[in-house]
Design a protein around this ligand. Sequence first.
Ligand SMILES: [Zn+2]
Length: 282
Amino acid sequence: MAESYKEIEVSCPICEIVKNIQIPQSILTQKRFGIIKIQVPQGGVCKEHQFIVFINSKGNIMGYETIDLLMKAESPPKENVEILNLNYFIRNFGLYGILSLIHAKIFNYQIYLLRIKRDEKFLALINRILDNLIPEIYREANKVIFLDESDYDNIRLKGNAALIMDSHQNILQTPWDQKLKLKFEENLIEKALEFFDEKEQFLILKRGIKKLIKEAEYAKNALEKVKIIYEDDLIDQLSQDLMEPRINRYRLLLLKEFINRRFSKKLSDEIKSKVEDFLALL
Ligand SMILES: [Zn+2]
């Protein structure tokens, strides 16, 4: 059956140029996902910007999120390669899709892709590449799984703790806190895209992720020795132990998320903010 579309009027959150874009009707008729994220690529509404539009099941726009990273002109796609470059993946999943996939992989969220017109070989390739980004001990059995679109309502998803993307590059569900912007992943991709060679690109991603995980492991060790620790003290300690500049609060939030998702919630809860403590006294 041919897919039907609904047109919605979108204005670029940066330059305010207005254009109608098409949304597949199928994702509007389902109710299970609540607010979905539509990726608008550069050139989709205006020439310069790419962003995410949040829409509800009635097709009303609930908000926007901007993506700062600007894509350079694309290099020609390579034919028949086993290791595909990053641009290929961005073309397939959209930039926000890639950021979400990487985030889900690092932080151990189940990933569902609504079945795309591809075979299992493509799925195996995605899994191999995502697995390769993180150290072996964290790969586990958390593989990307295909879902059939007809299963929208039948699927028994693991609570809400799954990333769900469709074949139109739309993000149906992101399981993490909406406050957690994907800036870490965005910075990594930006650095990786400075290279064309796919091995270099993935090496950059791998290194950046490894560094984050190493910090999280150090933080875990520190937390195991105490009952509570204040954010600032933990930041000081990490900086001393790793002989690195002090990390910022966003980075700490990522470490906390990693510890929560990979080790234990109890440990991540030991990290306290002085502000929270103060508020508790009021
Ligand atoms: Zn614009």
